[in-house]
Design a protein around this ligand. Structure first.
Ligand code: SAM
Length: 414
C-alpha cells in the first residue's frame, strides 16, 4: 500500500509532522506563519535523513504564509501573503484530490486556561482561524482530517459553552464532495480531550483531538485506545506512564550544569547546544532551594522561615499560579509544557534535583521530540517552538488508527 499523503497546516516546528513520519505517512506539505518555527521544521524534517523512519517528508522547504483567509482578526502581521488552498497545492506541486489527510492545529491562545485571567479584547471574534481551517479543508475534502487544540475549546463559545466544537462538528458533518449527497458524504468523527501521558508521552498534556473520516458513521471513527496509565491494573495490557526520570536522566545529558552552561566541549558528553541552562537571578535560585527544602511549590513556604520569599503577586491568591516556581517530580510525567517551559517563574519547570529550569533539550525530550532534533539558538524561540508543539507520539497513534481504518475500507471495497 502506498504511503498516505498528509498536509500539515499550522505546522509549527513539526511535532505533528514528526508523528506522521513515525507512523509511515508521507508529509507532502506544511504551512505556518512563523519564520523561526519553519526554520526549525526545515532543519529537522526537510534537511535530515529520515530513512530510519517508515514515513517521509517530500518537499525541500515548508511554506511561510498566512492561513487566515483574510479574516481580519486572525491575520498575522508583516507582509505575509494570505494563501488559498489552491496556492498551497501549487507551492507543493500537488493535484487537487491528492491529499489523504489534512492535519491542523489552529492556534489556541484564545481558549487557553492560562489566559483566563486576561480579558479578551472587546468585539474580537475568537474563532476565525478555526473557520479558516475548515474552509481550507472544504476545498480539498480529504479522506481524513486530524484536529488538535487546547482542552478548553470543549467549553468555549460566545453563544453557549461548547459552541465552537459544535460548530466544527456541524461543518464537518455537512461537508461533501461534488456529486455526493450528505448521506454519502460528510465526516464522521471522534473528538474528545485526551491526556498525552496515556499514550506514552512523558507529559500530562490534555488536548482536544478530533479525528474526522469522510463518509464514515461516527461509530466507525475511533481515536486510539490508551496504551499507558498511572497505575495500570495487573490484568491489563497498559504500561505505566512514562516519567521525567525515564526521559531526562540519561548518560548523554549532564545533569549538574552550571547556570548559563551549554553541553558543548564537556568531557564525557556529546556536544548538544540545546542542553543549556538558563542564567537565573540569584533570587530565583534561592527560591528553588527554599521550595525544595519545604515541598514542591511556593505555597509550601507559607508558615516557614522562608515565607518572605513568596512573591507579592502570588500571596493574595488562593490557587492561581500555584505552579509558579514549582519543582518537577522525577517519578511523574512532566506537567503541561508551555511556551515558557524553561522559565521557573512560569510554572512547575524547575529541574527535579537541580536548582535551575529544565534545559531546552530536556523540554524537547519531555515533549517527545527525538534526541537529534535541533532547536533554535535563542532561548525564547527554543522554548516557544517546543511549548507550542503537539507531542509526535500522540499523533503517531492517531495516524495508526487512520491506517487501520484505510485497510478496513480497502478490504470492504475489494
Ligand atoms: C499550536 S502551534 C502548532 C504546533 C504544530 N502543529 C506542532 O505540532 O509543532 C500553532 C501555530 O499556528 C501558527 N499560526 C498562527 N496564526 C497563523 C496564521 N494566521 N497563519 C499561519 N500560521 C499561523 C503559529 O505560528 C504556530 O506555529
Amino acid at each position: 500500500m502506498t504511503k498516505p499523503k498528509v498536509l500539515d497546516l499550522f505546522c509549527g516546528a513539526g511535532g505533528a509532522s514528526m508523528g506522521f513520519v513515525k507512523a509511515g505517512f508521507d508529509v507532502v506539505g506544511a504551512v505556518d506563519a512563523d519564520a523561526t518555527a519553519l526554520d526549525t521544521y526545515e532543519t529537522n524534517l526537510c534537511n535530515k535523513d529520515l530513512d530510519s523512519y517508515p514515513g517521509s517528508v517530500s518537499f525541500d522547504e515548508p511554506l511561510q504564509a498566512d492561513l487566515s483567509r483574510e479574516y481580519e482578526d486572525a491575520k498575522v502581521g508583516g507582509d505575509l501573503p494570505s494563501v488559498t488552498f489552491g496556492d498551497i497545492l501549487e507551492f507543493f506541486d500537488l493535484e487537487s484530490g491528492e491529499v489523504d489527510v489534512i492535519c491542523g492545529c489552529p492556534p489556541c491562545q484564545n481558549f487557553s486556561s492560562l489566559r483566563d485571567t486576561e480579558p479578551w479584547p472587546d468585539g474580537k471574534p475568537k474563532d476565525s482561524l478555526l473557520r479558516a481551517f475548515v474552509e481550507h479543508v472544504q476545498e480539498e475534502v480529504p479522506d481524513f482530517v486530524v484536529f488538535e487544540n487546547v482542552s478548553n475549546i470543549m467549553n468555549a463559545g460566545d453563544d453557549f459553552p461548547g459552541a465552537y466544537v459544535d460548530w466544527l462538528i456541524r461543518q464537518m458533518e455537512t461537508t461533501t464532495r461534488e456529486g455526493d449527497s450528505e448521506d454519502v458524504g460528510g465526516y464522521g468523527h471522534d473528538l474528545r480531550v485526551v491526556n498525552a501521558a496515556d499514550y506514552g508521552v512523558p507529559q500530562k498534556r490534555k488536548r482536544t483531538i478530533g479525528l474526522f473520516a469522510y463518509g464514515a458513521p461516527n461509530e466507525d471513527v475511533r481515536l486510539p485506545e490508551a496504551t499507558h496509565a498511572k497505575n495500570p491494573p495487573r490484568d491489563s495490557n497498559l504500561n505505566e506512564w512514562k516519567t521525567v526520570r525515564d526521559t531526562i536522566r540519561r548518560d548523554d545529558l549532564k545533569e549538574d550544569l552550571e547556570l548559563g552552561q551549554k553541553q558543548v566541549g564537556i568531557d564525557g558528553y556529546p556536544d548538544d547546544p540545546a542542553h543549556r541552562a538558563r542564567r537565573h537571578r540569584k533570587s530565583t535560585v534561592e527560591m528553588a532551594e527554599a521550595i525544595r527544602k519545604h515541598g514542591g511549590s511556593w505555597m509550601d513556604l507559607r508558615g516557614t522561615d522562608e515565607e518572605h520569599r513568596i512573591k507579592k503577586c502570588h500571596e493574595d491568591r488562593e490557587s492561581g499560579a500555584s505552579s509558579a516556581y514549582g519543582i518537577m517530580e522525577w517519578d511523574e510525567p512532566a506537567p503541561t509544557l508551555t511556551t515558557k517551559c524553561t522559565t521557573p517563574s512560569s510554572g512547575r519547570f524547575t529541574h527535579p534535583s537541580q536548582n535551575r529550569g529544565i534545559t531546552f533539550r530536556e523540554a524537547a525530550l519531555l515533549m517527545d521530540f527525538p534526541r537529534w532534533f535541533e532547536l533554535p539558538s535563542r532561548n525564547e524561540d527554543a522554548e516557544t517552538v517546543v511549548g507550542n508543539a503537539v507531542p509526535p507520539t500522540l499523533i503517531t497513534k492517531v495516524a495508526e488508527e487512520i491506517r487501520t481504518s484505510r485497510q478496513r475500507h480497502t478490504t470492504v471495497t475489494q
